[in-house]
Design a protein around this ligand. Sequence first.
Ligand SMILES: NC(=O)c1ccc[n+]([C@@H]2O[C@H](COP(=O)([O-])OP(=O)(O)OC[C@H]3O[C@@H](n4cnc5c(N)ncnc54)[C@H](OP(=O)(O)O)[C@@H]3O)[C@@H](O)[C@H]2O)c1
Length: 327
Amino acid sequence: MEYRHLGKTGIRISELSFGSWVTFHNQADVKAAVEMMSAAYDVGVNFFDNAEVYASGKSEEVMGAALKQLGWRRGSYLISTKFYWGIHDNVNEKNTLNRKRLIEGINGSLQRLQLEYVDLIYCHRPDKTTPIEETVWAMHNIIEWGKAFYWGTSEWSAAEIVSAIEIAERHHLHKPVTEQPVYNLFSRQHFTKEYERVYKDYGYGTTIWSPLASGLLTGKYSQGIPADSRGALKGYDWLHDQLTDNQKLAKVQALEPIAKDLGCTLSQLGLAWCLKNPFVSTVITGASRVEQIHENMKATEVAPKLTPEILEQIDNIFEVKKEEDED
Ligand SMILES: NC(=O)c1ccc[n+]([C@@H]2O[C@H](COP(=O)([O-])OP(=O)(O)OC[C@H]3O[C@@H](n4cnc5c(N)ncnc54)[C@H](OP(=O)(O)O)[C@@H]3O)[C@@H](O)[C@H]2O)c1
């Protein structure tokens, strides 16, 4: 496992990390979480991603209980959580980044995670109604109180990120240091176009999500939706169109000969492709069972085999023209 600096911070993060969205509480109990986190940690993963909204707080509870059982030295790993949607359907408590909510949010997350602090907190989405200045101050205060060390954004626009950075600089506050955007073979335009300025001008980090497009890039959806997959879970029907899209499935199928030549699986190829982007600080992987972790972590061995020629072949399958990607 290699470690990359998280943007311009001094902290180094494993190039592959592990997140708990969908899985913890819904598909994985504490025992399974211990098993999966252990398998990741044993090969060098040092970052575990979470959010208060995942399973309405239950995902943090599962991770907290798992960490307690695992008993790792606190300095050896990084934990994150995120705020925006909230877990209470009430005015001031949902879809917001107001000061009161963020501070109540971190206190709740720390309780559920059974931790004194998390390493990284994210604003899970931008809030168009709270002044960015109020959010920047609240994130700064949480860090000053020792409840977190760094903060970041998720799916903010470049303009919103730059505005937050400039407010922080003006008032000598802790700046956001990383974005958490979607990035995979199907969803790359936003990452490459929207954020280029913030990587280049501000050295912003990126902890990217859904690297396998919720499992579509594993090839498992080629014959329909398997009963034991995310696509079959109650409440995830909104994923069906994407997971059964024939054009997308044909592209995944076209990757098969490339994976075969490289001697790897489609999952490993999809993750390795994300690793090749130097602006990616870490690829947050997801898994519902430990076998997937064992398979996915080997993507670090595949990434060095992706030559410019192979990357071009992949671009051709996804119909990405070079100048389009670089525009
Ligand atoms: N900031 C945000 O807005 C945001 C949004 C989404 C996610 N995230 C973060 O990013 C993390 C990763 O996202 P993701 O879970 O969507 O990642 P993903 O890699 O796109 O999908 C992971 C899912 O694909 C399936 N899978 C993975 N490896 C497999 C393998 N080798 N063979 C077969 N199936 C495999 C598993 O689902 P099944 O086995 O159930 O089919 C697994 O849970 C999340 O946990 C979360 O921490 C952040």
